[in-house]
Design a protein around this ligand. Structure first.
Ligand SMILES: [Fe+2]
Ligand SMILES: [Fe+2]
Length: 169
């Protein structure tokens, strides 16, 4: 059925929007998985603070995936049905943890957030004045990703400083 809701979209093909949202959807699932495995394997000094942060981020990324799936469905599309597609369609690399030390884990996570910020900035740029509903959605997610990067960077700084102060003793 023709969707009246889609008549708000101007100057961008609905199929293109669905494709871009599905790519972001793949990113969110991979980000969710990355955080959920990181919080389990992370080791080292002040790891409890990192675990709390990583768990919170995992919850947020899963919520983003859910929001994006809902928008894809509203547009008349289908969210990716097979996890195998996540690696083919994602914008951001999956940062497989190779070093479980808390500082290295936080650095991997920061890389992921920076890629997410780039992705959602582009999506916001692309949908501004063309699809106000998707624009609103990607702006909300972008704000979360900016906050994620800031939280991780602050924690990374605190832990690094603490390690330095221990070495000076
Ligand atoms: Fe996210
Ligand atoms: Fe994030």
């Amino acid at each position: 059925m023709v969707r009246k809701g889609n008549s708000i979209i101007k100057g961008i093909a609905v199929e293109e929007l669905i494709d871009l949202l599905n790519r972001a959807y793949a990113d969110e699932w991979l980000a969710y998985y990355q955080y959920s495995i990181e919080e389990k394997v992370v080791k080292g000094i002040m790891k409890d603070a990192a675990i709390a942060e990583l768990q919170q981020h995992a919850t947020d990324e899963l919520r983003h995936a859910d929001w994006i799936a809902q928008r894809i469905l509203q547009l008349g599309g289908t969210p990716l049905l097979n996890p195998k597609e996540w690696f083919d369609r994602c914008n951001c690399d999956y940062e497989e943890p190779s070093n479980f030390d808390v500082v290295a884990i936080l650095e991997d996570a920061i890389k992921g957030e920076q890629c997410a910020i780039t992705t959602y900035s582009k999506l916001a740029e692309l949908t501004r004045d063309k699809d106000i509903v998707t624009y609103d959605l990607v702006s909300r997610i972008l704000a979360d990703e900016v906050e994620h990067e800031e939280d991780l960077a602050a924690l990374h700084e605190d832990i690094s400083e603490f390690i330095q102060s221990m070495k000076r003793r």
